[in-house]
Every structure is written in structure tokens, then in C-alpha cells.
Design a protein around this ligand. Structure first.
Ligand code: TMP
Ligand code: ASP
Length: 243
């Protein structure tokens, strides 16, 4: 059935992905592009094959989560850089499980980078470029009309479950999953995992050296972006490097 999918119109172009409609009203195509932005789009660049590596990493992690019983929007691949996804209504919340302190949490609170949390810390931000993605609590989410108390509880349960599955998997690859951002959406009355899980949306550190293997390399000019994404892809999706 999926082989019959034809791309129709561009629906939306974000900072790193473009979404297309298809001949099936319930199926969209998500194209992972080579463009890269940080700091609310203030810093911009391109990195060769970055879209390909992110698409393949996301594919692998979505497939793994599906195998573990997590519902995602992932349906299959259209080609190497384009993913077939279920049409979902995105809930405008950036859901961020954190295992080790890094990034914004070390600027807002007295944590030092590298501090390991005894229990994962779940942060939820309101997804809004206009308002600078401010942190949410449950009351604000309810008052904004973007989620109910039950929805927040469900999202929290799913995010913690996903964190535990991914953390265990990364450990086996010699990686620390420091933190990552998830987005959820509604499909057929159910909350499903949407968007992507990639080097753009996660912090991965090498467990031995603690070097960054993710977008922090771009954000903070730590080195070669393409080479870093390739390094991570070699660990998470080694099969794409076999001929
Ligand atoms: P932060 O420390 O900057 O708040 O980022 C937390 C995690 O969320 C980190 O893994 C990177 C990811 N992230 C995104 O995916 N999109 C964003 O716009 C931001 C700011 C962070
Ligand atoms: N993706 C966001 C931006 O482009 C921020 C980030 O990932 O650092 O502004």
C-alpha cells in the first residue's frame, strides 16, 4: 500500500524538515533536510548528508520503539531521506526528558554540566517561537487549552517509558543519552509519538570521553558537524554503511 504513495503539495517547511501531503489524506511525507539552525534560527548552516543521517537514525529509533509497544507516527520510508508518517495533530509541547544536566537547565538552575540526576527530570516547554518556548506547568497547559490533566499524565508516562527504552539501548552502544526533545500528536483519538529523534533533537555523549555526538557540535562550534552525525550514525545504524 505504501509503495503507492505519491507526494503532492508542500504543507509546511520548518527549520530542518519539510512536510508534504500525499495522495493518501492520512499520510504525510517528512523530508529531513541538510539545513541546520540554532538559537531560534539566529545561527544557520548546511551540513552534507545531515538529513540522511537524521532520517536513518529516526527510522531506527521509531522502529525500535514500535517494537517495544510505543505508538509513533512512523509508517515507513519513502526513500533514504524521506519518511512516511501518519497525519497527526501536533500538541504544542516540547517534552524533554533529562538524565544528565546540560544545556538550558544548567543556565536556569544551579546544576553543573555533567551532574547525573538520580531520577530522570521531565521538562515541558510551550512550543512557540513567538514566546521563546517558555516552560509549562500543568495548570498553564490546561489554561492554554493545549492539554488536559489526563493528557499531561499520559505524555509523562510515555516520555518516561521512551526515555528508559532509549537509555538502555544507548548504553549498549557506548553512549550516554543526556537529554532529548519529543513531540506528541493526536491520531484517531490517541496520543502518539511524532516529529523525530535524531542528532538535532538529542544530546548524545560518548560514554568514555563525554564528547558531544549531536547538534551541540554545531551550536557551540565544537568541530565538524557532518563528521559528527556520521559518527553517531555509524553506531546507531551501522547497516547503512554496509555495501
Ligand atoms: P536545551 O538544553 O537547549 O533546553 O535542550 C534540551 C534538549 O532539547 C536537547 O537535547 C536539544 C533539544 N532541543 C530541540 O530538539 N529543539 C530545540 O529547539 C531546543 C532548544 C532543544
Ligand atoms: N532548533 C532550534 C533553532 O533552530 C534551537 C536549537 O535546537 O538549539 O533555533
Amino acid at each position: 500500500m505504501m509503495s503507492d504513495i505519491q507526494i503532492k503539495d508542500e504543507l509546511y517547511s520548518g527549520k530542518a524538515k519539510t512536510i508534504y501531503t500525499t495522495n493518501d489524506p492520512e499520510v504525510f511525507v517528512s523530508h529531513f533536510r541538510d539545513s541546520l539552525t540554532a538559537f531560534d534560527g539566529k545561527k544557520k548552516s548546511e551540513a552534507e548528508k545531515k538529513g540522511y543521517y537524521n532520517a536513518q537514525i529516526s527510522r531506527k529509533l521509531f522502529e525500535m520503539l514500535e517494537d517495544e509497544g510505543i505508538n509513533t507516527h512512523y509508517l515507513g520510508m519513502f526513500d533514504d531521506e524521506r519518511m512516511l508518517v501518519e497525519k497527526v495533530e501536533i500538541i504544542p509541547i516540547e517534552v524533554i526528558p533529562r538524565n544528565i544536566a546540560a544545556g538550558s537547565i544548567t543556565r536556569k538552575y544551579p546544576f553543573n554540566e555533567g551532574d547525573e540526576f538520580k531520577e530522570p527530570v521531565l521538562v515541558m516547554d510551550y512550543k512557540s517561537d513567538e514566546y521563546g518556548d517558555p516552560m509549562l506547568n500543568e495548570d498553564i497547559a490546561i489554561a492554554l487549552g493545549i492539554a488536559t490533566s489526563e493528557d499531561i499524565a499520559k505524555i509523562r508516562e510515555l516520555a518516561m517509558n521512551i526515555n528508559s527504552i532509549l537509555t538502555t539501548y544507548m548504553e549498549k552502544q557506548g553512549l550516554l543519552l543526556v537529554d532529548f526533545k519529543l513531540e506528541f500528536g493526536w491520531a484517531n483519538g490517541e496520543i502518539v509519538l511524532a516529529d523525530e529523534i535524531s542528532c538535532d533533537t538529542c544530546r548524545f555523549w560518548d560514554a568514555g570521553t563525554r564528547e558531544s555526538l549531536d547538534k551541540d557540535v554545531f551550536r557551540f562550534n565544537k568541530g565538524d558537524v557532518s563528521g559528527t552525525y556520521e559518527k553517531l550514525a555509524r553506531r546507531l545504524v551501522p547497516e547503512i554503511f554496509e555495501n
